[in-house]
Each structure stands twice: as structure tokens, then as C-alpha cells.
Write a protein that binds this ligand. Structure first.
Ligand code: NAG
Length: 184
């Protein structure tokens, strides 16, 4: 009896605290989970501004709605997979359009990298959403190298801008996951 009423009281307090936090958050006077996570990535050379601009670029994935650090990580992994898919599609189109130009072999090699990366990133996004970071972190790190590698293979002018955009997202997503999984 005493215990169950204590539990009810605590539950009500929790609900009240959650509602208050939501109301205050809406007035932008407290920091969100995104601000907390993005503010702690300095050792990975990611500024709070770079982090927030990457994770908040897509209005259909509301970044400030992420309620805690694992939700921010899940958002980052999902956006990295979506960006890689967009980059792969644009590289594929560029490779087809450039079929006989000097840039074609580099674009095709880049496309092969993305072809392997996209399914791995989709797995990683599902894994992080389920709370599992090991493996996902390494896949996202590999994504950084794919973006840089494509820059070297296909060259600046021939490469769609989505490659750089994905590279930035992979840098940020890797930093988010690495900051949360120190020491495993
Ligand atoms: C990919 O992510 C970047 C952030 O680095 C964003 O600005 C860009 O619009 C995204 N591009 C696509 C096609 O998804």
C-alpha cells in the first residue's frame, strides 16, 4: 500500500518533470539532448555548430525531438544511411552520364564503394536504433573513408556534391557514436 502509493507519486512527479522539461525546451531556455551531445565532440574535431547543422538539415527528421543521447545517435546513423543512399544514386547517374570520359573509371570505382557501404549503413542504422553501437561505429567510420576515397578517385569536378555532404554527415555521426562508446 505505502509502496504502491509511493510509486504512483513518483510516476506523477516524473510525468510532471517531463512535461515541464518539454515546455521549457519549447521556449528554448534549456538545452536539448542534441545540444548536449553536439557540445561534447571537440576531441573528434567536430564543433557544436557543425554537428547541429548536419543533424538538423532535414526538417522531416526533427533533431531537437531526440529525447536522449541514444536517440541522437540513432538519428545520426539514420541520416548517414540516407545521405549515403543519395550519394550513391547521384554517383551512379554521374557515372552513366560520363561513360566515355576520363572521369568514368574513377566514378565507377566510387560507385562500387557506395554499393557495399549503403547496405552496411542500413544495418548500422537499425543496430544503433536498437541500442547496439559495436560494429555500427566502425561501419560509419568506414563511410568517412569512402567519401574521402571517392574524392581521390573521381576528382572534384566530376563528383556530385552529395559525396561531400555524406562525408560531413559520416564525420559527425562517427563522432557521436564514438563519444558514446568510449572504452568498449
Ligand atoms: C546530406 O547531409 C548534408 C549534411 O552534411 C546535408 O546538408 C545534405 O543536404 C544531405 N544531402 C542529401 C542529398 O541527403
Amino acid at each position: 500500500m505505502a509502496v504502491s502509493s509511493l510509486i504512483i507519486t513518483l510516476s506523477l512527479l516524473f510525468v510532471a518533470a517531463t512535461c515541464t522539461a518539454g515546455a521549457v525546451g519549447a521556449a528554448a531556455t534549456t538545452t536539448t539532448a542534441l545540444d548536449d551531445v553536439c557540445g561534447a565532440l571537440g576531441e573528434f574535431y567536430v564543433t557544436p555548430e557543425l554537428c547541429a547543422s548536419a543533424l538538423c538539415y532535414d526538417p522531416s527528421s526533427p533533431c531537437r525531438a531526440a529525447r536522449d543521447a541514444p536517440a541522437v545517435a540513432a538519428l545520426a546513423a539514420r541520416l548517414a544511411a540516407a545521405n549515403a543512399t543519395a550519394a550513391r544514386d547521384r554517383v551512379e547517374a554521374a557515372a552513366a552520364a560520363a561513360s566515355s570520359s576520363a572521369a568514368a573509371p574513377g566514378l565507377r570505382a566510387c560507385l562500387q564503394l557506395y554499393g557495399g557501404l549503403v547496405p552496411a549503413l542500413e544495418w548500422a542504422a537499425g543496430s544503433v536504433a536498437a541500442g547496439r553501437l559495436p560494429g555500427a561505429r566502425e561501419v560509419i567510420q568506414a563511410g568517412q573513408y569512402v567519401a574521402v576515397g571517392c574524392g581521390g578517385m573521381a576528382g572534384g569536378a566530376a563528383l556530385p556534391r552529395e559525396n561531400d555532404a555524406f562525408g560531413t554527415m559520416a564525420l559527425v555521426a562517427y563522432a557521436v557514436l564514438a563519444s558514446m562508446s568510449k572504452g568498449y
